[in-house]
Design a protein around this ligand. Structure first.
Ligand code: ADP
Ligand code: RBF
Ligand code: MG
Length: 452
């Protein structure tokens, strides 16, 4: 992804001269090395703005569990396989699932798909609420406030879109768009560019100015379609890191919508990051945070809604203390799935308290990683809070409650363990100093949580 920096210059920048006069007037200065000067934004829906994937995963787990009468260990496998199968056409995904979970003799891909579709009736009474993708509403609200014209380009049909929105976390999401284009309005679906041409036209942008449109996509097919339409394209993959190669065509790849640097595309810069002026920003080796604008300090993003995660401390991969000298009190992701789907994988900080024998140690500050720990290439998601307190003994099985308050960064890969350790210690400093300097407000609302 770092390499995208040099390969990303969109030709919209080099094609002055043949732009409309109107377009020229709107042109503002773009930061040195920025990817492009875009003025319009086009969004994909599923997996980009709303998390339909999580619901599909749940249905797959429920259906396969029933078919195989399986135990909780196998449920974890189903859960992982379902996640892996995301972003494909339904039948392809079903085939992958049958193969990975060795379901031959139990169910065939077509039947499995049928069973899942029966359960997945979007918009019907009793369906789970479809959560927004982390950072989606922050992005939409900000662009709306800055009067950036926006369109939706979804493969979903109009009818299905209405149903999905009825059950969405943010029911009025469609009000943010100046144009809406659905899958049944085009002859060919993504990866064909047709739907992005349509969205561009509806935004009133001529074909030769397609590079002024910034597309947000989560799948490789979507990226291909956007690029074929001549648009600039940001990918926020819904597929695993191992599959990130499939996103090579994108102008830039981010781990989540929270990490997007709009100014790199000629759009207004987010105003809600808070600098921790006492902690210097150094782009570590292995650090994938890219920005063309030089950043001087570490920073954090206060969550719009703090999140409480509670559960027994479980055994993790057994390497935190041994390998890193940094113990992390792991929580089980399975019962907390709904809550952590609200968070982008990444590094967060907040508070933690133990509710068993260690209750008397009080409330502690904590930094945590929620995700796949790319350095170790974990296949399973984990929640790993490092409590910034020295304990006399381990506290496995004791109930731990964590209050997640702020986002710091995406997970990174590092070439050496020392670099990883150094980075984690820096995260701890960001947390300590953010609280010491009183940079985190909104804690009053949670004052009951702090009473032990
Ligand atoms: P595991 O892989 O099993 O999580 P770790 O090496 O990460 O093993 O050690 C984590 C355990 O260490 C926790 O479950 C907890 O019992 C203990 N521990 C001791 N001090 C701390 C601390 N400051 N933060 C988190 N866990 C701690
Ligand atoms: N692991 C990574 O692979 N990449 C990271 O960027 C990363 N950042 C972390 C930040 C914090 C604050 C903590 C507590 C852990 C982080 N880890 C990261 C996770 C670390 O790999 C994990 O705790 C150990 O693997 C123990 O299981
Ligand atoms: Mg641990």
């Amino acid at each position: 992804m770092r390499e995208t920096k040099s390969s990303t210059k969109n030709d919209a920048m080099d094609r002055k001269g043949d732009d409309d006069d109107d377009e020229k007037k709107k042109d503002e200065k773009v930061a040195d090395g920025a990817v492009a000067a875009t003025r319009y934004v086009i969004f994909d829906l599923d997996g980009t703005l709303i998390n339909t994937e999580a619901i599909v995963d749940d249905v797959v787990v429920a259906v396969v569990t029933k078919l195989t009468s399986s135990n909780s260990d196998f449920q974890r496998e189903i859960f992982d396989a379902a996640e892996d199968a995301r972003g494909q056409r339904p039948l392809d995904a079903s085939m992958e699932l049958c193969e990975k979970l060795k379901l031959e003799g139990v169910v065939d891909p077509k039947t499995l798909l049928g069973l899942c579709s029966e359960t997945l009736r979007w918009g019907e009474e009793g369906m789970d609420v479809i959560p927004d993708m982390p950072g989606a509403m922050r992005l939409l609200r900000f662009l709306k406030r800055k009067k950036v014209p926006m369109a939706l380009a979804t493969s979903t049909s109009k009818e299905e879109l209405t149903k999905k929105m009825k059950n969405s976390e943010t029911k009025n999401m469609l009000e943010y768009f100046d144009a809406i284009c659905c899958g049944d309005e085009v002859k060919k679906g993504k990866p064909d560019p047709e739907i992005f041409h349509l969205a561009r036209e509806r935004l009133g942008v001529k074909k030769k100015d397609a590079g002024r449109c910034l597309v947000f996509e989560d799948t490789p097919h979507g990226v291909s379609a956007a690029k074929a339409a001549g648009c600039c394209c940001v990918a926020v993959p819904s597929l695993r890191r191992e599959k990130f190669d499939m996103y090579k065509g994108a102008d830039r790849v981010y781990h989540s919508l929270l990490d997007v640097e709009l100014e790199d595309f000629g759009l207004p810069k987010f105003e809600d990051w808070r600098d921790v002026k006492t902690v210097e920003f150094v782009a570590d080796e292995g650090d994938e945070r890219i920005s063309t604008t030089t950043r001087k300090h570490e920073r954090f993003l206060k969550l719009e809604r703090f999140l409480e995660l509670t559960g027994p401390v479980i055994r993790g991969f057994g390497r935190g203390s041994k390998m890193l000298g940094i113990p992390t009190a792991n929580l089980d992701v399975v019962p907390l799935k709904q809550q952590i789907d609200k968070l982008a994988p990444g590094i967060y900080f907040g508070f933690a308290k133990l509710l068993g024998p260690n209750k008397s140690t009080g409330v502690h500050r904590t930094v945590m990683s929620i995700g796949y720990n790319p350095f170790f290439n974990d296949k399973r998601k984990s929640i790993e809070p490092w409590l910034l307190h020295t304990f006399d003994e381990d506290f496995y099985d004791e109930t731990l409650s964590v209050l997640v308050v702020a986002y710091v960064r995406a997970e990174c890969n590092f070439t050496t363990v020392d670099n990883l350790i150094e980075r984690i210690k820096k995260d701890a400093r960001v947390c300590e100093e953010a609280f010491d300097l009183g940079l985190v407000d909104g804690l009053d609302e949670w004052k009951d949580w702090f009473v032990l």
